[in-house]
Design a protein around this ligand. Structure first.
Ligand SMILES: CC(C)(COP(=O)(O)OP(=O)(O)OC[C@H]1O[C@@H](n2cnc3c(N)ncnc32)[C@H](O)[C@@H]1OP(=O)(O)O)[C@@H](O)C(=O)NCCC(=O)NCCS
Length: 150
């Protein structure tokens, strides 16, 4: 049986996390993991990065954002980054990663969570719609804002 876990980034797994890369044609849709971790370093009180492991092997990276004081409502609680490794997509790891952040949001007493996506061919829009996110009607730098009730 396959076991999926979500781990904090540590000195032991940070290099493996940085090696996770999406498919080449998906690179416009998400920042590289190393960039996300650099941003997390500068905003440790906001960023909530986790490495998703399948039986101990890294398969995905997700970073939540929890910033109750953010100017824009869609930056207060949600998915900031999500990278499922090339070659291991379509196996439920993305869904597990999103659920991990949503569980943390519920634990913090949040009632809704958001995500922003680029509305383009080959992008993650249908994935987020399938998981229950719905466009709010807002956009930010060309990205669609989606929200889900928790
Ligand atoms: C989008 C992404 C996160 C999806 O992760 P994944 O592990 O392949 O998705 P899952 O296997 O968990 O899929 C969950 C469900 O969504 C569906 N799904 C996944 N990607 C989809 C897509 N592009 N279009 C339509 N449905 C999709 C799956 O079929 C599955 O449905 P099911 O439960 O009925 O079987 C992954 O493709 C990825 O990392 N893309 C590149 C980076 C990116 O776009 N990140 C998001 C930035 S906002």
């Amino acid at each position: 049986m396959t076991t999926l876990t979500a781990e904090q980034i540590t000195r032991e797994n940070v290099a493996a996390a940085c090696q996770l890369a999406v498919e080449p044609h998906q690179k416009d849709f998400v920042a590289p993991v190393a960039v996300s971790l650099a941003e997390a370093y500068t905003q440790p009180e906001v960023a909530w990065p986790r490495l998703i492991l399948r039986d101990g092997e890294p398969v995905a990276f997700v970073m939540g954002a929890f910033d109750p004081d953010a100017e824009f409502d869609f930056f207060r609680c949600g998915i900031w980054r999500l990278n499922v490794g090339a070659g291991v997509q379509g196996r439920g790891y993305g869904r597990f990663a999103v659920e991990t952040v949503l569980a943390e949001a519920r634990r913090r007493g949040q009632r809704t969570a958001t995500v922003l996506w680029l509305p383009a061919e080959g992008g993650p829009e249908d994935f987020y719609l399938k998981l229950g996110f719905r466009p709010t009607g807002q956009t930010h730098h060309g990205e669609v804002v989606g929200r889900i009730d928790l």
